[in-house]
Each structure stands twice: as C-alpha cells, then as structure tokens.
Design a protein around this ligand. Structure first.
Ligand SMILES: [Zn+2]
Length: 339
C-alpha cells in the first residue's frame, strides 16, 4: 500500500459516519501477517497484531461485512454490485502464530480466511531475510559494518530510522546479492546473539508443512506467497521470477493440494514487475494479489488485484473499507504501466 494514500483514505474515512459510506461499498481484500498474545517490541514485531486488537478487527469484520471464502471470488468479481459488503480475509508469509492465535480468534467468529505461504521458508524454517536484517539494524552493537553489496553501514542512535532506510536499499537488491548482504549481517551479529533474538521473537517462526495441513483441515485456503520471501521486481532475473511462481505452486500442491491463488511478497509498486505477474499467470494461478489499496471490482488484471494491509489497530473498518475505492485510479494506472 502507498503509505501516503492509505493515510489520506484513513483520514477522510474516519471523519465520515459508516452509514454514509456503506452504500459506496465495494468488495475488497484485506490481509494481516501474524497474531501474538502479547507484542514485546513493536519495532521488531511490526508484522504482528496483538490478540486483543485482532479480536476487535475480527468482530468488526463479522458485524459489518460478509466475509467470504476465496472460492467465491470469481462470482463476486462477475457481479460486484451484488456483493458490496464482501470481504476476503488473508494472512501472508506463514507464521506459526497463525495456527495458535489467529486460527483460534477467527474460528470464534466463524470467519473464513486464506493463508499465503512462502514455501522455501516452510521447507527450511529459515527466517524471513528482511526480519533478519531488521534484527541486525535494531540490535547489533553500535559501530561501522562493511556489508556486501550495501557498503559500510554506520549504526549508532536512531535505529528504527536506520532499519527503515537500509531495509529499503536491501529490498532493491536481487535475491542473490541480498542473500550475501544478509549473510554479512548475520556474521556481524554473531550466531549466539542471533539465536537469542530469534528465541525472544518466536513470533516470526514459520509454520511446518504438517502445521499448514492442520490449518487446511480447519478450512483455511492455502495459496502461494512465492518460494522465497523476496520482491519479484525488475532487478530479478527472468529465471528467478519463473521459479518463484512455479516452484511455490508445486510445493503447495505436493504438500497440501490445489493452489489457485498467489500473493506477491511485499506486493507494492516497487516489488512487482511486468514479468512477475506474467509468470504468475503462466504458472496457472487464477488470481494474484498485490498490496495496493483499491476495491476488487476495479481490477482489470486478475493477477494484479488490490489488497489492504490491516494496521495494528483498526478502530473504524466500517468506514475505511468502503473508502478503499479511492485507491482505484492509482491501481488502474499502475496496471496499465505493467500491461
Ligand atoms: Zn509477505
């Protein structure tokens, strides 16, 4: 999601009563990452909702919307006027806390949801590379660190700012160069310190395949979130993009069953290139989800559908969701540049 646009939508929506906005409603997709009983450090656990806040989100979804399983998406897209209150709820990445906290809360409210897993991480339990980088930026001792493909990083005060700036530069690298950079950060942090941080922040541990099967058995639809959790932008080779689309589908199909849906890692304008969505189409997925804001009826391209990322606190979803259509012009413009 474009931060500026999201803020503008939120600001406008929060000043209007939900009853005024409801008739403007259009079907939409929203997503989260993980849910923890307690967040110890919001800088390191920025991907996770606190259980109480997530319950409040689930309650609003239940009371204000028709939350539908992804199998209904085709029917909704064919007749969006008839499905103004339709919402598709999704989780990305595949964190183990989905099985513990999210699944419990969503079952309490009887809400269907889908989970998009980055299959290499489910295969190996290797942490998300950007999470490792964030741990380095936030917790490495102050000093100067030569990091492959990024230069000499100077860490002192203002760690959160450094983390945001350097993570953006890291994300722009192709996967092989990013791996070298993250390996240098791991080495600089030291395996002992890293092990202690990973033990402290279990929130970012990935599910195993048997655990993904448990979620599937509870009715959760399983889609692919690429093989590795890294952007599918233009710095990547064609072979890499093809593998991300095809291998993730093969892994889900081998372990779980049919895999019809894809969500792009990070999923914003800087993270998805033309060849990425074409590979997703050619790999046989029926739909692909980005993280641009918009309503589902606006999407001309079924492999570049909009999706709204739920913030840690969402006190006014009844107003916010109908206002998501304000992002449609930008979404369509972006789809045109990638066509
Ligand atoms: Zn992700």
């Amino acid at each position: 999601m474009g931060i500026g646009l999201g803020k503008a939508i939120r600001g406008a929506a929060s000043r209007l009563p939900a009853a005024w906005l409801r008739p403007l409603g259009r079907p939409a997709a929203v997503f989260f990452h993980g849910v923890e009983r307690r967040i110890d450090d919001s800088r390191a656990q920025s991907n996770h909702h606190d259980s109480a806040a997530f319950s409040q989100i689930a309650r609003q979804l239940k009371e204000e919307f028709d939350v539908l399983p992804l199998a209904a998406l085709g029917a909704v897209l064919r007749n969006p006027e008839r499905h103004r209150r339709a919402i598709f709820l999704m989780a990305d990445d595949g964190y183990v806390n989905n099985l513990v906290e999210a699944a419990k809360i969503l079952a309490e409210f009887a809400l269907p949801w889908s989970l998009f897993v980055s299959t290499a991480h489910i295969d190996t339990s290797e942490p998300n590379p950007l999470f490792l980088a964030r741990l380095f930026f936030l917790f490495a001792e102050s000093g100067n660190y030569p990091i492959a493909n990024l230069g000499v990083l100077s860490l002192a005060e203002a760690r959160e700012k450094a983390a945001d700036e350097w993570c953006a530069r890291l994300k722009a690298l192709d996967a092989a160069r990013a791996d070298e950079a993250v390996a240098a950060m791991r080495a600089a942090l030291g395996e002992d310190a890293l092990g202690a941080l990973l033990a402290r922040f279990r929130s970012d541990a990935f599910l195993t395949w048997p655990q993904v099967r448990e979620l599937k058995a509870k009715g959760v639809e399983i889609g692919a979130h690429a093989h590795r959790h890294w952007p599918m932008h233009g710095a990547q080779s064609g072979a890499y993009l093809k593998e991300q689309a095809q291998l993730s589908r093969r892994r889900v199909e081998a372990e779980i069953g049919p895999c019809r849906y894809f969500a792009y890692p990070f999923g914003n304008t800087d993270d998805v290139c033309r060849e990425a969505w074409q590979q997703v189409r050619d790999a046989g997925y029926e739909y692909g989800f980005t993280t641009l804001s918009g309503s589902l009826d606006a999407a001309a391209n079924p492999w570049l559908l909009p999706r709204y990322g739920l913030l840690p606190l969402e006190p006014s979803l009844a107003s916010l969701v109908p206002a998501l259509r304000a992002g449609n012009a930008r979404l369509r413009q972006w789809q045109r540049t990638l066509s």
